[in-house]
Design a protein around this ligand. Structure first.
Ligand code: DGP
Length: 113
């Protein structure tokens, strides 16, 4: 989609540090890391958020979720990770292209809110 930062990253127009890619999804470093490992996993097809899942195939959604464990294994993540997706204003979603934050590399806050 025109004017979507994450579409431009997927297309390689905006550079990124890639961690994983398959036919459905792309994963890259978050520009504003909140943990020693902070990677964003996005579907290649533009969809704004979890509120619009009917616009992407189940295979694309599954690929994003499965990518997290693949990346964790590739990076040798020990003792777990968090996978989170902010959806909408109240959750402070700032980029309107569905993305999953993969956070790891330290003991994460037990607070989710
Ligand atoms: P959220 O608040 O859930 O919408 O998170 C959006 C994340 O996207 C935020 O952690 C910072 C990251 N981000 C925003 N713009 C860019 C960018 O141009 N490149 C990269 N790598 N990350 C970005």
């Amino acid at each position: 989609m025109k004017d979507c930062i994450f579409c431009k990253i997927v297309e390689g127009i905006i550079p990124s540090t890639k961690y994983y890619e398959d036919e459905h999804c792309y994963a890259f470093s978050d520009a504003n890391p909140m943990a020693p490992i902070h990677i964003l996993i996005v579907p290649k097809k533009h969809v704004a958020s979890l509120a619009d899942l009917e616009q992407i195939d189940d295979a694309a959604l599954a690929a994003c979720l499965r990518a997290a464990e693949k990346i964790a294994q590739k990076l040798g993540v020990k003792d777990g990770y968090r996978l989170a997706s902010n959806c909408g204003k109240n959750a402070h979603q700032s980029v309107q292209h569905l993305h999953f934050h993969l956070l790891a590399g330290e003991k994460l806050s037990p607070k989710m809110g």
